[in-house]
Design a protein around this ligand. Structure first.
Ligand SMILES: *[C@@H]1O[C@H](CO)[C@@H](O)[C@H](O)[C@H]1NC(C)=O
Ligand SMILES: *[C@@H]1O[C@H](CO)[C@@H](O)[C@H](O)[C@H]1NC(C)=O
Length: 811
């Protein structure tokens, strides 16, 4: 640094002032530094100085400048600090006088103190602190502390600089008093998240040479503003859960970070799905982001959930992330069996492979849990086949036979392959429908029936029975008498068969003496289409009844002649008088005859051979014995009750014929008597017969009259059709009439009373002769009562279209 001394000489002439001089010195000159040569400048003699005792007068006593009298110069006595001396005042000068005595003179001296740059700008503090919120807007101003520089002028404070200037700029703001405010203006927004503290240096500079400066640190703490949204750590979270997991199961934890701090960084989690179902099933912990199950997840309803979780800070900045929850299937669903189609009936002649049902299986589970297999109960002729995915058909795999199994319970069990496996089952009942595959079968391979002769016609002899293993109509057996001949006559004139019941009726009264047995075939036919039939042989054996009295062949009861056996008086004991010969057309016991002597003129004379009918003498004939002997012989058979015949045997005990004749005249009287008796009997019979015919004609006339009246009545009514009714099976009757007979009989019993009247009458009208139709009604009565109770002159009328017959039995 160069010291420049500038000397300013100013001579001011004042009254009392001898002279005036000015100097200028920089401040801070060392002690003894020359200020100025006053001797020279004031034009004084150096001696005068000594003699005048020159001295410096300052007034206040502070002497910065001293006078060197020997040399006549001013020196710096004390270090001068302009800043202390003048502060900010400028220019700064020291005013003092040099006073001389003898004579008194004084000279004014002004020493201007020149400023040197001896002070750097200085701040009061070393550090300034600011808290600036990061959200402050550009333009925000912060007043800074000013720096102080005691120097003046160019050496004084000249300016400031701020570094770095990334965010802030300096701005000097002039105040009315001429000073300047230093302000820091936010230029670029702060971001706490990038830099939460800034350190700036403010430099204050003066204009001296060399320039001096002072600095202060500005520390800016950037305060957080909630300017950052939370950000999810992952945008997608994946989780899986078994279906039916208990509530409270934690799926995952979502988290979001917020670069703000403190409460601004506090994140709250919530589910933001609009679908209610998600909110019902899941919950997210607002504080820690734990996602947990609160409901029941069912794989079958939803396999996947997407949960939108919103992370949100206190002012509503938010982010969202997705939680994808895959539901894992568990085997919680039974297979469901749906019967798509089934037939309740399967015909027994169906082919193998006939489908009886199609079922559809559904298992809501997936994978192996939903894979279903079906099995069926065993030992039934059906099998289950998988026809397509989840469709099974049940088909027959054997030939069916309704007669052994008419119904099958097919139980199908379907189970899935889950662990543990679930199953369900269903039972189908299939009926096997009948096919006419069984012919009726008679209980016996043949029948042998005994019937007593003299049965009443219409008597039910016996019934055949055939069973048909089929069902219903196919098992409905009708019995048909097969055509045949017995002794040259149609078998139907012997027996008839009730087509429904198989009861065999005798059509006529059998006579053992005419026919001892006969056989015929009965056919059983079922109602199937086509019908099946079988036949059986029925052999009827007629049992003999004791219905014939013994007939005496000898002695012959001839008209007028009297036959007498002649026994010579000389006959010995045991003489065979005669032999009564009798026959009985019955057989067996009924024809086993025994002979007894019923009456005898002389019991002691004759005896009767019980078995052989021989009449022999018991003793010697004597003369006392009458010529005319009369024996009454009874011939009895052995039937129950037995029948008998009597015969009178005339025996003449004589040696000559005239003797015999004279004795036997009373026999002729007997004959006359007998002839008369015969005549009366014939007459009586004729009368009875006549009366009978008359009464029949009378009855029929009355009936026909009534019938005609009824015909008229029905015609006028006009609403009851008179249509003959024939069951279809019997329509083609071959003219024997047997079946129609039976049919008529049935109809009488089954139709109701009002209609039956009419229907009874109808056949009458078609008959050649009109007969009392109600006679038919007596038939069952007769049959039930039996032959023994039938009254006398019972008339049996059997009606049909072509044949009418009447039997008259007289007992
Ligand atoms: C089938 O089931 C029904 C009812 O459970 C039962 O009455 C019938 O006897 C069963 N049939 C067979 C053939 O098992
Ligand atoms: C009766 O049945 C036998 C077999 O039992 C059969 O051979 C015969 O032809 C049948 N007769 C009639 C007339 O149907």
């Amino acid at each position: 640094m160069t010291w420049q001394v500038r000397l300013i000489i100013a001579v001011i002439f004042l009254g009392s002032v001898c002279g005036q001089v000015s100097y200028s010195v920089p401040e801070e000159m060392p002690k003894g530094s020359l200020v100025g040569n006053i001797v020279q400048d004031l034009g004084l003699d150096i001696k005068r100085l000594k003699s005048g005792n020159a001295h410096v007068y300052t007034g206040d006593g502070t002497e910065y400048i001293e006078l060197n009298k020997e040399r006549g110069v001013l020196h710096i006595k004390e270090r001068i600090d302009r800043e202390v001396l003048c502060g900010e005042t400028s220019p700064c000068a020291l005013h003092f006088q040099i006073i001389l005595e003898n004579p008194i003179e004084y000279y004014g001296i002004t020493v201007e103190i020149m400023d040197i740059n001896d002070n750097a700008p200085r701040f009061k503090t070393t550090e300034m602190r600011f808290d600036v919120i990061e959200s402050s807007l550009p333009g925000a101003r912060f007043v800074l502390e000013k720096a102080m520089d005691p120097d003046v002028g160019v050496n004084g404070l000249q300016g400031y600089s701020l570094k770095p200037t990334d965010n802030f700029n300096l701005k000097l703001h002039s105040l009315p008093d001429g000073t300047k405010n230093v302000e820091m203006v936010l230029q670029k927004p702060l971001d706490r998240e990038k830099q939460d503290e800034l350190s700036l240096t403010l430099t204050a500079m003066d204009g001296g040479d060399p320039q001096m400066s002072g600095t202060v640190q500005i520390r800016i703490t950037v305060l957080d503003a909630n300017d950052n949204a939370p950000i999810c750590v992952q945008t997608v979270y994946k989780a899986s859960i078994m279906e039916n997991s208990p509530g409270g199961t934690i799926l995952t934890t979502v988290s979001a970070s917020d670069t703000d701090e403190g409460s601004n960084a506090k994140v709250t989690y919530s589910i933001s799905n609009s679908a209610e179902v998600v909110a019902e099933l899941f919950q997210v912990d607002p504080d820690n982001g734990e996602v947990k199950l609160i409901g029941n997840v069912d794989y079958e309803r939803a396999k996947r959930f997407e949960i939108d979780v919103q992370a949100r800070d206190s002012v509503g900045h938010s982010d969202s992330c997705k939680v994808i929850v895959d539901v894992i299937d568990t085997n919680d669903n039974k297979p469901v069996i749906n019967i798509m189609s089934k037939s309740k009936l399967i015909s027994e002649d169906s082919k193998e492979g006939t489908v009886v049902a199609i079922i559809n299986i559904q298992d809501a589970d997936s994978g192996t849990n939903g894979q279903v297999n079906c099995v069926m109960n065993e030992n039934i002729p059906f099998t289950i086949k998988s026809t397509s995915i989840n469709v099974f058909s049940i088909v027959s795999d054997h030939v069916l036979d309704r007669e052994t199994h008419s119904q099958f319970n097919i139980s199908v069990t379907c189970s899935d392959e889950g662990v543990p496996s679930l199953s369900s089952s269903v039972t189908l009942t299939v009926q096997v429908s009948d096919v006419n595959d069984n012919a009726p079968a008679f209980e016996n391979s043949s029948y042998e029936v005994h019937i007593k002769e003299n049965n009443s016609p219409g008597l039910s002899i016996f019934s055949v029975k055939a069973r048909d293993a089929d069902w219903n109509q196919n098992a409905r057996v009708s019995y048909i008498l097969e055509e045949g001949t017995v002794n040259g006559a149609s078998v139907s004139s012997y027996v008839s068969v009730n087509s429904d019941s198989g009861v065999i009726h005798a059509v006529r009264s059998f006579d053992y003496e005419q026919i001892k047995d006969f056989q015929f075939r009965v056919k059983a036919q079922d109602g199937g289409s086509p019908p099946l039939c079988s036949n059986v042989t029925v052999k009827i054996l007629i049992l003999d009844q004791n219905d014939n009295a013994p007939q005496i062949l000898y002695p012959v009861l001839s008209g007028g002649s009297v036959v007498a056996e002649i026994v010579p008086r000389s006959a010995d004991v045991g003489y065979l008088v005669t032999k009564v010969v009798a026959v009985d057309v019955d057989s067996g016991q009924n024809a086993w005859l025994s002979y007894k002597l019923l009456k005898s003129t002389d019991r002691a004379l004759f005896e009767m051979g019980l078995q052989n009918g021989e009449i022999r003498t018991l003793r010697q004939v004597t003369d006392k014995d009458a010529v005319k002997q009369r024996l009454t012989v009874v011939v009895e058979d052995n039937g129950q009750p037995s029948r008998s015949a009597t015969v009178n045997v005339n025996v003449a005990v004589a040696d000559s014929f005239p003797e015999v004749l004279s004795e036997f005249t009373d026999f002729t009287q007997d004959k006359v008597y007998n002839d008369n008796l015969t005549f009366y009997l014939v007459l009586a019979l004729a009368v009875v017969s006549f009366l009978f015919i008359v009464s029949i004609i009378a009855i029929l006339s009355v009936k026909c009259y009534r019938w005609r009246r009824e015909q008229l009545f029905y015609k006028s009514n006009g609403n009851l059709p008179v249509i003959p009714y024939y069951p279809p099976l019997y329509a083609d009757v071959d003219g024997t009439g047997t079946l129609q007979h039976v049919y008529n009989y049935d109809m009488c019993r089954t139709t109701d009373s009002r209609k039956s009247d009419m229907k009874y009458v109808r056949p009458c009208s078609q008959s050649i002769i009109s007969l009392d139709a109600c006679g038919t009604q007596t038939l069952p009565h007769v049959q039930q009562k039996g032959a023994n109770e039938v009254s006398e002159n019972q008339v049996r009328l059997v009606l049909n279209h072509s044949i009418i017959y009447a039997d008259l039995h007289t007992y």
